[in-house]
Ligand binder design. Structure first.
Ligand code: 5MM
Length: 362
């Protein structure tokens, strides 16, 4: 019975070409993003920011689930409506990030292992009782001359699989997020071979822990060249490399893949998702959707800037961004959507080149 409801929840998260809104930044990460914009790094600023995001008009037209961090999970709007109630009312499923972050892996300089298994069964039961329907755990892999090591892959996929099994026991759909990060000068081919190796290890570990593949969602990186790789790639190159990698490593029983954005700017992230779905959507065994954080939030965050008077325009930016990504899930994204003449001038400003503090292009 439990796996029946997990399958139903996963299907609900993937229905109608909608995506997941990842706003589960830890306090430290959220503060760091605020710091770059001069926004106060306080609990109230974080609450106000998440209220701005979660009260965006028509959010549920493009978003099926929202991933929260523990702080946001327990917060409310300024007028006292719990965020969880707000989500329930709009038909968006509540998700919770349950990992406790990546810490240095003993004996492997520069590599990390994600922690959070201690007490996880009790924490999951508590979140489920409060209304969470799914959870998320992120493992981080860095590409270097000798990384990721087998040691870091084994440690991280073991934890991911233990987490996923515990989620399913608690009736929560696990979002399994192995992220091969973009930092570095590596080629797209190297990212593809590392991502494939990591995904093979992930699914071996999930199998070993008896995780029901039909009741989970994979949240991987797209296959991309490193951020400082000099070789240009087209959106089609990324789409082909990513799909080829997934076809070789993700079982067809998995219902959906919701990509992280990994530091890609908003527009290429959408265009690449679109290229994947435009290429052969019906031929692929899984739905291909989005669970972006930075690539949907950044335009809205830049516009909001911590000021109440900017809420409307920031919400407009988020609404447009998630709608564009829903179109990309259908292979129906067009670059002209980014510069819709019907948008307000302030909204168009989001997509103009960003200016540095001195007025120079940033
Ligand atoms: C929103 O950021 C998530 C939590 O990160 P920290 O615990 O490090 O603050 C993160 O897991 C996020 O959901 C994914 O990395 C995807 O985010 P991007 O920005 O890559 O789409």
């Amino acid at each position: 019975m439990r796996s029946h409801s997990l399958v139903a929840t996963a299907a609900q998260l993937l229905a109608s070409d909608k995506g997941l809104l990842a706003i589960d930044e830890s306090i430290a990460t959220c503060n760091a993003r605020f710091a770059t914009l001069g926004i106060p790094q306080s609990e109230e600023s974080r609450r106000a920011y998440r209220e701005m995001l979660l009260t965006t008009p028509r959010l549920s037209g493009s978003i099926s689930g929202a991933i929260l961090c523990d702080e946001t999970f327990h917060q409310s709007t300024a007028n006292g409506t719990a965020f969880l109630g707000l989500l329930a009312e709009s038909g968006i499923l509540a998700g919770i990030k349950v990992d406790l972050g990546a810490v240095p892996l003993a004996g492997r300089a520069g590599e990390t292992v994600t922690e959070g298994l201690d007490g996880l069964r009790q924490r999951l039961a508590g979140y489920a009782e409060l209304g969470a329907r799914f959870a998320k755990w992120r493992a981080v892999f860095r590409i270097g001359r000798e990384t990721p090591s087998m040691m870091s892959i084994h440690a991280n996929v073991h934890a991911l699989a233990r987490y996923a099994a515990l989620c399913q026991e608690a009736g929560l759909v696990p979002i399994v997020e192995p992220e091969v990060v973009m930092d570095g000068a590596h080629s797209i081919e190297r990212c593809g071979s590392v991502t494939e190796a990591v995904l093979h290890a992930v699914f071996r570990a999930l199998y070993a822990q008896d995780v029901t593949l039909e009741g989970m969602i994979l949240k991987p990186n797209m296959v991309l060249p490193g951020a400082s790789c000099p070789d240009p790639v087209s959106h089609e190159d990324v789409a082909y490399a990513t799909i080829d990698c997934l076809l070789r490593s993700v079982p067809a029983a998995v219902p959906g893949v919701t990509f992280l954005s990994g530091g890609q700017p908003a527009e290429p992230a959408s265009a690449r998702l679109n290229a994947m779905n435009g290429r052969s959507k019906d031929a692929m065994p899984w739905a291909l959707s989005f669970s972006f954080a930075r690539a949907v939030q950044q335009p809205a965050l830049d516009l909001w800037g911590g000021r109440a008077e900017n809420v409307d325009v920031a919400q407009h930016a988020l609404e447009l961004r998630v709608a564009i990504n829903r179109a990309a899930c259908r292979g129906a994204y067009r670059p002209s959507m980014e510069h819709d003449d019907t948008s307000s001038s302030a909204l168009r400003a989001v997509f103009a080149p960003r200016r540095g503090p001195s007025g120079s292009s940033a």
